[in-house]
Design a protein around this ligand. Structure first.
Ligand SMILES: [Zn+2]
Length: 232
């Protein structure tokens, strides 16, 4: 269901929508007509859950996301479930394994975090090609590569830096790789580089205004590919 930029941009858009609901008050859910409240007042939503940003025409049906609106999570899921089942039926009906391309859907994953947090280690387990240098030429090319399946490693402590990188490489996913300082200190020491100053500098510059998601493994990133392959 993920499309380029979906995860990260969607987070930012959802945050903006929540601000609008806080400022302007609840709006009617386009699916059920009942009010959709901001996160702080989610107990007033019919399902008691945080709202979701729904699409009139979902990404799953090639919507471009320009008509996103806050909806009840319950209502959004009900609509999405219908779409997913319809798509799955269509895929079963038309599947032709002989024509399946060897490359999967585009994945450009930005991993950020302080030195020694384990970004390179995490990237290695993805099975995707990893860029951990500052080759901007390569990065520019990534943005225009519809089949790119890579991991890009940067420190990018601020949400501004991340937003700029996401734009530059047209990242599909952004994750924060972090670890407790004592773990990082032990790693850096083992590498003969006990520079916790750089870590402290990173922490001082860090902000999560973009709600950057913690890295929890590759399953969420590679799930779609696997699910597609498992379809009978
Ligand atoms: Zn609703």
């Amino acid at each position: 269901m993920a499309s380029p930029q979906y995860d990260y941009q969607h987070q930012l858009e959802r945050k903006a929508a929540n601000s609008r609901l806080e400022t302007l008050g609840p709006i009617p859910c386009r699916r059920c007509g009942q009010p959709v409240h901001c996160d702080a007042q989610r107990h007033l939503n019919r399902d008691g859950r945080k709202f979701e940003l729904g699409h009139g025409v979902a990404h799953i049906n090639n919507g471009d996301g320009s008509d996103k609106q806050p909806e009840h999570a319950y209502c959004n899921e009900a609509a999405g479930g219908r779409l997913a089942r319809a798509r799955q039926r269509a895929a079963r009906a038309t599947r032709d394994w002989g024509d399946t391309p060897s490359t999967g859907p585009r994945r450009v994953v930005l991993l950020v975090g302080p030195p020694g947090a384990g970004k390179t280690r995490a990237a290695r387990t993805s099975g995707l090609h990893t860029y951990d240098d500052d080759d901007t030429t390569t990065l520019e090319q990534l943005a225009n590569d519809p089949d790119a399946r890579v991991v890009v490693i940067r420190s990018a402590p601020s949400s501004d830096e991340r937003a700029s990188l996401v734009d530059q490489i047209q990242a599909t996913h952004v994750y924060l790789v972090d670890a407790p300082d004592h773990v990082i200190a032990a790693r850096l020491k083992a590498r003969g580089r006990a520079h916790m100053v750089a870590v402290a500098r990173w922490r001082a510059a860090f902000d999560d205004d973009d709600d950057v998601a913690p890295f929890t493994g590759w399953e969420p990133v590679l799930r779609e590919t696997r699910a597609t392959r498992e379809w009978p």
